[in-house]
Design a protein around this ligand. Structure first.
Ligand SMILES: C[S@@+](CC[C@H](N)C(=O)[O-])C[C@H]1O[C@@H](n2cnc3c(N)ncnc32)[C@H](O)[C@@H]1O
Length: 301
């Protein structure tokens, strides 16, 4: 009888959806599974789990941190990341503009236990910043509380056009030369971009988002080329070594691409970890399992 293929042995997805990084030294396997919208938060949680296995510490910035759907707390990235174990991320900076969601973030912060599930003391700081991320991010960066060697991941899960290009630039330029930049994971809603553009009466909003007044060139591009226009600018203008767009589909099994999550990083291992996270986002994989597989070594004492 033919052996049943394990989920990881399935056919890999085409490269027009997952382009290979240009740098030959960075190896990324195209994933075998499509992640759909409901699993975005799991993808983020999973990636950050791998991230801390490598770094053993870190800072998580979430620029648009309130839950997309307050009725679905299990699809809320900030919650999943805060609750994930091992709890080695030390600093959390959570930004949100809406009062109701700021309240939810403060409640989430209050509920965090002092000890993890194994009874170990949790040593971390969680800060909630009420107001516009594009303004408040500068308060965080000016405070210089993120040290150059601190591994830092920033989720930019905007609704459509809320994250200013100048905010991306400030994040990308924060670390001094010679240190790894703050990693970015940027939401680009290509599935409804045409409609969103035509619904915009204030072109200033689009200019802030794209950082230039020639945003209308994006209208002529299809979803993939639009994502690649961002990829190019993240590389050329923000100076990231590897930038990859990860397609998120409409529903389980496929449908159309609703949006891309664009991952910009300088760490040579990070694209491979994102590929793994993408493949495993919909499966459970415990810490013990990962150690048994020899994927990561335990945190040194
Ligand atoms: C798409 S939702 C984030 C979803 C979230 N990452 C999750 O996993 O459920 C975007 C959030 O950003 C907030 N928001 C919109 N504009 C903002 C701004 N300028 N600054 C901070 N937060 C903003 C919205 O109120 C909303 O809660």
């Amino acid at each position: 009888m033919p052996k049943k293929k394990s989920p990881q042995q399935k056919e890999r997805l085409p490269l027009d959806i997952f382009p290979e990084p240009i740098e030959p030294e960075i190896k990324v396997k195209p994933p075998t599974h499509k992640v759909w919208t409901e699993n975005k938060a799991k993808l983020i949680e999973r990636y950050l789990l791998y991230f801390v296995f490598i770094t053993h510490h870190g800072t998580y910035i979430d620029g648009f941190a309130g839950p997309q759907d307050p009725q679905k707390p299990d699809s809320w990235a900030a919650k999943l990341v805060l609750e994930s174990e091992p709890k080695w991320l030390k600093h959390f900076h959570l930004f949100e503009i809406k009062k109701k969601k700021i309240k939810m973030l403060n409640e989430l912060k209050r509920r965090q236990p002092d000890r993890d599930s194994k009874g170990r003391k949790v040593n971390r700081e969680v800060e909630v910043y009420p107001g516009d991320f594009n303004i408040n991010v500068h308060k965080l960066l000016r405070s210089a509380s993120i040290k150059p060697k601190e591994a830092t991941f920033c989720l930019l899960d905007q609704i459509t056009f809320e994250c200013h290009w100048s905010t991306l630039k400030a994040l990308a330029e924060y670390k001094p030369a010679g240190y790894r930049k703050i990693e970015l994971f940027y939401f680009l809603g290509v599935g409804w971009l045409d409609r969103a553009f035509s619904g915009q009466k204030k072109t200033k909003k689009l200019e802030d988002w794209w950082g230039r007044d020639d945003w209308d060139q994006l209208l002529k591009k299809g979803p993939f080329k639009c994502a690649m226009a961002f990829v190019e600018r993240f590389k050329q203008e923000l100076g990231y070594k590897t930038v990859m767009p990860w397609a998120i589909f409409e529903r389980k099994g496929g449908g159309r691409i609703m949006y891309y999550m664009i991952h910009a990083t300088d760490h040579p291992d990070a694209p491979g970890l994102m590929s793994r996270a993408y493949d495993r986002a919909v499966f459970h994989e415990s810490y013990e399992q990962l150690q048994l597989e020899g994927v990561f070594s335990p945190k040194p004492k």
